[in-house]
Write a protein that binds this ligand. Structure first.
Ligand code: F6R
Length: 261
């Protein structure tokens, strides 16, 4: 696991965008895994800037979202498919049909989950997966107690996650759906490179467990300690509970110029 600590979210976004730009240059038909929520927003803005500057094209890229709420009407502004289109994919040149999300509106939700796993497989798997982390240590919507090997399935959101996400629903926690479809930790672990972003002191405890805690379903993100290629990008506040923070800063400062995330 590589942990990079920077003083601004903008610097983290640059790093993540550099990594994605390098990947797309090497492999135009890259499969990206996209997260919603606030953590990756600056990354998406930076990718849009680079696209507008003529540096990057997503015309051959395919994308898979991590998760989707169950039961929000198609046009609901907080449906994750709408969120990602508004915040990123409609602002660049993805081809029609290239962006996939679990179908939280399906009559057969279990079938929709199996179909989603199959679609990722057919695409050749995810090359780079962007991740945020919940204050309770979830990634995607794998809440505490989730199987460390789970696949895309229906989950019930915790009270904490619904409280955290109420800010997207006008502060009304009751408007936040109770259920979601989410890639499992097993699905996420199959991606070839994981890039996790966390900013703010509210994430410090979860980040401490992610990087330095014991692997446990109680802090689901800890499973990524078993992944061979993980980049954890943190601002100072999110890194504030890391015992190894000084070491990680030193490693980054001494990094040879040729070594990339
Ligand atoms: C969103 C997702 C979630 C968020 C997490 C952090 O697709 O999978 O795991 O990444 O809840 O959310 P923010 O970034 O809003 O703090």
């Amino acid at each position: 696991m590589e942990v990079v600590i920077q003083s601004s979210a903008a610097a983290l976004a640059e790093l993540a965008a550099d990594t994605i730009e390098r990947l797309l240059t090497a492999k135009a038909d890259t499969v990206l895994g996209l997260a919603t929520g606030s953590s990756p927003l600056a990354v998406y803005d930076e990718l849009v800037r680079r696209h507008q500057a003529g540096r990057m094209s997503f015309a051959r890229t395919r994308a898979f979202l991590l998760d989707e709420y169950v039961g929000l009407p198609t046009e609901h502004s907080e449906r994750y498919r709408n969120v990602i289109e508004r915040g990123f994919t409609d602002r660049v040149d993805f081809a029609a049909g290239a962006v996939h999300a679990p179908d939280g509106d399906a009559e057969d939700l279990t079938g929709a989950c199996a179909a989603y796993e199959a679609a990722i497989e057919v695409a050749g798997g995810v090359d780079l997966q962007l991740l945020g982390i919940g204050t309770d240590g979830h990634i995607a919507f794998n809440e505490p107690g989730s199987s460390l090997a789970g696949r895309t399935r229906i989950k019930t959101l915790t009270a904490q996650t619904r409280l955290d996400n109420a800010r997207f629903f006008g502060g009304d926690v009751d408007a936040v759906p109770l259920h979601c479809l989410t890639q499992g930790l097993g699905t996420i672990m199959a991606a070839r490179h994981l890039v996790l972003l966390a900013t703010g002191v509210g994430k410090a405890e979860a980040v401490h467990h992610l990087v330095e805690g014991a692997v446990s379903a109680m802090w689901p993100a800890t499973v990524v300690q078993h992944h061979p290629h993980v980049s954890v990008l943190l601002d100072d506040a999110a890194a504030s509970r890391l015992r190894l923070a000084d070491y990680f800063r030193q490693v980054w400062a001494d990094k040879p110029a040729w070594q990339v995330l």
